[in-house]
Ligand binder design. Structure first.
Ligand code: NAP
Length: 253
């Protein structure tokens, strides 16, 4: 029997945090990984970790909210590694503020990176998936999709991504493509460290306070999210589509 070609995955915002952990995990699962981040040079550590472990990876710099940059990065990855059939829309930013202080720019930036970014990346990659009659789209939502004080922009974008994957699931299912969302709770990354700094709490204390409210009594690590991404990206998950899995150490109300 002919050996199956190595599948190619793209992870956006893969330079650090959750994206880096997902990129490393998908590579460990046997995929070649295209790592996209704002600056190509920032992807070096992720690419190096994958290649040092014997995998294949390629870095591309792109702002996921820019149509031309997305098209160029996806094409470069396809040329270097092969047609991408797994896409993880992970790139994200915070511009937290109570609504009376939230600027137009706070709103637009968050919508552009999370929502337009996921749309542009998915549109660019779906043609390879449809052609292959196989694909996996995974979007990073958040527990904030349920509503979170100071995050009118971010909550809206993260809730929007849940609608987005449900729609992709319906449109692309007939081509062997699934689309699902992961909604993490508190995960230890630069993003949560920045939130701690913004509210003036030492990060360790911030984590302890969060952990005390979480049923499993700990905060999450990027690898907790990567584990779920690995499942959604797997061939065996082909009958699971349009779903949202909360990775939050307990149920959310
Ligand atoms: P992070 O540490 O801040 O990493 C986000 C990455 O995305 C950074 O490398 C960043 O690049 C990149 N990025 C930002 N804007 C981009 C753009 N326009 N184009 C390309 N790349 C861009 O964040 P994280 O905590 O790992 O979060 C990853 C995802 O999970 C995000 O979507 C986030 O909303 C979601 N999430 C996180 C948590 C949590 O507790 N950490 C919880 C729920 C959901 P730069 O370094 O250049 O800015």
């Amino acid at each position: 029997m002919a050996e199956q070609a190595q599948r190619v995955a793209i992870v956006t915002g893969g330079a650090r945090g959750i994206g880096a952990a997902i990129a490393r995990r998908l590579a460990a699962d046997g995929m070649a990984v295209g790592v996209i981040d704002l600056k190509e040079g920032d992807c070096g550590a992720t690419v190096e970790a994958i290649t040092r472990a014997g995998g294949r990876a390629f870095a591309a710099g792109a702002d996921v909210s820019d149509s031309a940059q997305v098209a160029a990065a996806v094409e470069a990855i396809a040329a270097e590694l092969g047609p991408p059939v797994v896409l993880v829309n992970n790139a994200g930013v915070l511009r937290d503020n109570l609504i009376f202080k939230m600027s137009d720019d706070d709103w637009d930036t968050v919508m552009n990176v999370h929502l337009k970014g996921a749309f542009l990346m998915s549109r660019a990659c779906q043609k390879y998936m449809v052609e292959a009659k196989y694909g996996r789209v995974i979007c990073l939502s958040s527990s904030s999709a349920l509503g979170n004080r100071g995050q009118a922009n971010y909550s809206t974008a993260k809730a929007g991504l849940q609608g987005f994957v449900k729609t992709l699931a319906k449109e692309l299912g007939q081509f062997g493509v699934t689309a699902n969302a992961i909604a993490p709770g508190f995960i230890v990354t630069d993003m949560t460290a920045a939130t701690a700094a913004r509210v003036g709490v030492e990060f360790e204390a911030f984590q302890q306070a969060a952990a005390s409210q979480i049923p499993v009594r700990r905060v999450g690590q990027p690898e907790d999210v990567a584990h779920v991404a690995s499942f959604f990206a797997s061939e065996g998950a082909g009958f699971v589509s349009g779903q949202v899995v909360y990775v939050a150490g307990g149920p959310l109300n």
